[in-house]
Design a protein around this ligand. Sequence first.
Ligand code: SF4
Ligand code: SF4
Length: 479
Amino acid sequence: MTITENIAAQRSAAIYSEKIFPREVRGRFQSLRSICVYLLLGAYYLLPWVQWGERQAVLFDLPARKFHIFMLTFWPQDFYLLSLLLIMAGIALFFFTAIAGRVWCGYACPQTVWTEIFIWMERWVEGSRAQQIKLASSPWTFNKLRKRIIKQVLWVSFALLTGLTFVGYFMPIRQLLLDAATFELAGWSLFWVLFYSFATYGNAGFLREQVCKYMCPYARFQSAMFDRDTLIVAYDQNRGEPRSRGKKRKQTAAAPKGDCVDCGLCVQVCPTGIDIREGLQYECIACAACIDVCNNVMDSVAQPRDLIRYSTEAVDSGQQSRLPQLLLRPRVLTYAVILMALIAAFGSALLLRATMQVDVLRDRNTFYRMTSQGIVENTFQIRIMNKSQIEQRYHIAIHELTGASVSWSSPHKNIASAAVAPGEIGDLIATVSIPADRLNSRAQKISFMISETLGPRPTSIAEESRFWGPTPQADGGTR
Ligand code: SF4
Ligand code: SF4
């Protein structure tokens, strides 16, 4: 190696010494994490392709202000249900954190899941941890350039797929993909696809553990949800220390050695680059990679497993571990009760949710029209939202305004019927007429009765409005 190459290698090594190259590890917790990654990413990428009848099963249709989630359609009026859902998710996070610590971070957080995929791709192209470090600190050669280009192509493609899929939750994904394939994607759709692709690439490709360490607020306040009986990943100091390696490991009665062989593998596999032997640190995302690798080491030196293991502070300080102690704590019970109450409230609100909503809108441009025959006319727009999952037929009738007749966008006289598809809005225009001398005030109450005719529990809604006309005079005329 020439002096120039040597300097370049050192500079490169200095730059990359900041980057963490997690070592590959196998074990039961890593298998569990892989299953989580497959399930969560599988659900994320496949869900927008699932059809529910005529429509996409999960579609957050912002222009139409409707959220479709399988058989359910949420309208803006139902947003309290979505708020409830978010609160439930928050309390569930508190509940599981109180029991199992940062289990969310280690197994299900999108940051962890996508980073895992990006690390797999990097490993597939650049090789093992040692090979990656060597490549990072080596001068630029054709081979290095080739590997870097392949890695970037894979990362960018996967990030674009993620961005497209994300936007596919907000607009029909088949059309979106067709637009993308024919280079017709433009405007906001293009912006959001690129934005989420960039965010995926940046967070999972480059920032990685920095997001967990410095950007995620959860890491900061999680300690408030921890107590002495919360599960944490912990190193057994009593058993492991004093650690030693190589020749120093020769046990003597005068200087007994701990079980830790100081191989450093627990640090090498850690995605956040910490040494769990220094105690619990807020950077630990409880991925359990160090447990798996240490168990493998213990197997190879014929020592019992679980030098690093899931434990609790109480157990580490000598108390016996008991399941009731883990679950029947005031904090856990409080979260459980709140969660159950919220689930019950959400379930009942969902079941008792009205299957239709009606708005009666007056013609704002013209209060009333007077014909040459002395007839006063008002126009109303009746908007029916079918919140049920069946095509519904509605009967509409008017009440209160004696002597009035109605002409609908339907042939019947004082009654109209309208069919509205599930999750859709039906509009009906009603022109209500009454002889001017039958009016006894300038604004009279008029009531529209809208009734469902199909389904297991047909309901009716009465919607009131005002019928406007000229001011009646004492002599029976109008002004
Ligand atoms: S992997 Fe286990 S044996 Fe190796 S250094 Fe870590 S704690 Fe010690
Ligand atoms: S210390 Fe262990 S459990 Fe914590 S992040 Fe590192 S490898 Fe994962």
